[in-house]
Ligand binder design. Sequence first.
Ligand SMILES: *Cc1c(COP(=O)(O)O)cnc(C)c1O
Length: 222
Amino acid sequence: MTVAENIIKITTELPSTVKLVAVSKFHPVSAILQAYYAGQRIFAESRPQELQAKVLQTADYTDIQWHFIGHLQTNKLKMVLPHCALVQSVDSLRLLEAIQSWGLANSRVMNVLLEMHIAAEESKQGFSSEEILSVLGHCADFPNVRFCGLMGMATFTDDQAVIRCDFSKICTLFNEIKSCSATGLQDFTELSIGMTDDYNIAVEYGATMVRIGTKIFGERNY
Ligand SMILES: *Cc1c(COP(=O)(O)O)cnc(C)c1O
């Protein structure tokens, strides 16, 4: 199947409430444009330098929306924030504070998702549910940050029960936050869960965004 066929198939099968984020990391701009011509508009990258290069090379396609989904070091903000419609991977208070400072200095309000650590692997990034509730309790301290929802990555496993348990945790917290409808959280609407191997399960747990790379563009050559 071609990139265009993959985009059309996945988009057709997803419920209309779920946005497809095409994860183009490690794939060339030519592949991004194939997806673009099939109607795809949201793309995500996980490395600052690669994002910046691809943004420049696709500058003529002004309706592309870029998301950042990788670990972001505070000294790389300048390479990412000017280009991004959404930073999905805010995984520490330090990063959040740096984004607030950058937003203030540049008169921007940055859209972010807080990344929740739901996987069994210690290596994966993110906040605990307690930390997320604490950050959102202080959302007024971040006037240049718009809290748009949560992002999570399930454990890397074939065991569906484990994946369901991971998604259930983030889904429960997401619904809890939405239902309290605190002031400053009126834009808290996005739950970004699900990748190539688990996005159908993620949809069952209320995903509003799925982040798919391999199933669109094929295997990555690292
Ligand atoms: C690479 C990546 C994806 C896409 O993974 P696939 O399995 O290729 O669909 C999704 N989310 C994050 C955070 C990633 O780093």
